[in-house]
Write a protein that binds this ligand. Structure first.
Ligand code: SF4
Length: 348
């Protein structure tokens, strides 16, 4: 894995993005922001899943003003997502948002961006320049490859912000196409000092979207690129947060709750390993300790993985051997395995 690109740290409320700090997991609500109660409830649920930054859509003035009511009821920083109308950005800033996301392709004249920057600077609020391949400005040269057009668009906006003496900048360059996304980020990572928000946009429903996101985000993280991630899924946003941590955990970039090692099962399996693993996964979802748990189907790799985990079981015919911190503890009947395993997990 490449060493991490160290970007210029930017603070969004109480959370620092970049500077080599932990890679921040964020999501976006899918409630109507004007429905203050529903939006607060969803953000609180995201907080329970350790979401660290949340973005809300601001489609109109009522939504912008709702931020003033939402903010005091939540504990993670809130980013306002603005399209088309710069006045919505001004209203969101007035309402106390901690960050702004602007799509330079649709805000319009530099004068409008200038007005936003002036107020953001006064309030110390960072701006993410969020370029999306599907909404590049008309000024981008259509003869150039999409990734290059995305980078050029972002650089132009960065220059505009810098010319206004503003450097509280984050950048994202998202496309649905993974190679385009990776290429765009790789290019811009070498050209600017700012932190990068990475993700694959409109990745799809959970099954395909998690894979697409994991390939795109994972490739970039492996290259050392990325300071905050959003897994964009057509699903409840809690799924985005869960997937985000799984991606980071799989690259050993963050610890978050348990890791479950379970074998895929095969013709050698003599217990219902699929059901066992599902039951253990459901139980582990209630645990926040960063531990490794193994549920293995037979003696081929079972004892090795189970020994290597904090707690593990290696199953045989209708029973399993329970391991804890590398030591064999006892043999347990299949019907008691989940209970016995979870008892050991709780005692760790
Ligand atoms: S651990 Fe055993 S049961 Fe599980 S996949 Fe490997 S060989 Fe099959």
């Amino acid at each position: 894995m490449n060493s991490r690109r160290i970007s210029k740290p930017v603070r969004i409320g109480k959370v620092t993005v970049g500077g080599g700090g932990p890679i921040v997991v964020q999501s976006m609500t899918n409630t109507d922001t004007r429905d203050v109660a529903a939006t607060i409830n969803q953000i609180r649920e995201l907080e329970e899943h350790d979401c660290e930054l949340v973005r809300v859509a601001v489609p109109d003035m009522e939504a912008a003003r709702a931020i003033a009511q939402i903010k005091p009821a939540i504990s993670i920083p809130l980013i306002a997502d603005i399209h088309f109308d710069y006045r919505l950005a001004l209203a969101a800033l007035e309402a106390g948002c901690d960050g702004l996301r602007l799509n330079p392709g649709n805000i319009g004249e530099p004068e409008k961006v200038k007005a936003i920057v002036k107020l953001a600077r006064e309030r110390g609020v960072p701006i993410r320049i969020g370029v999306n391949a599907a909404s590049l400005p008309r000024s981008a040269d259509p003869r150039l490859p999409v990734a290059q057009r995305m980078v050029d668009t972002a650089l132009k906006q960065i220059q505009l912000l810098e010319s206004l003496d503003f450097d509280l900048i984050k950048v994202s360059l998202k496309a649905f196409d993974v190679p385009t996304t990776v290429e765009a980020y790789r290019d811009i990572a070498a050209k600017i000092p700012y932190p990068l928000h990475i993700g694959v946009t409109e990745a799809g429903p959970p099954k395909s979207g998690v894979i697409r996101s994991a390939v795109g985000i994972g490739t970039l993280l492996y290259m050392g690129i990325g300071d905050t991630i959003r897994v964009s899924l057509t699903a409840h946003p809690r799924e985005e947060v869960i997937a985000g941590y799984e991606i980071l955990k799989s690259l050993n970039l963050r610890q978050h709750g348990p890791v479950l090692v379970s074998c895929p099962s095969c013709g050698r399996t003599e217990v219902d390993i699929v059901r066992l693993a599902e039951q253990v996964e459901a139980e582990l979802a209630k645990i926040s300790k960063p531990i490794k748990v193994a549920v293995m189907g037979c003696v081929v790799n079972g004892p090795g993985e189970a020994r290597d985990a904090d707690v593990g079981i290696a199953c045989g015919k209708g029973r399993g051997v329970l391991f804890k911190r590398g030591e064999k503890i006892r043999v347990v009947e299949e019907k008691d395995l989940v209970k016995a395993l979870m008892k050991e997990v709780e005692e760790l």
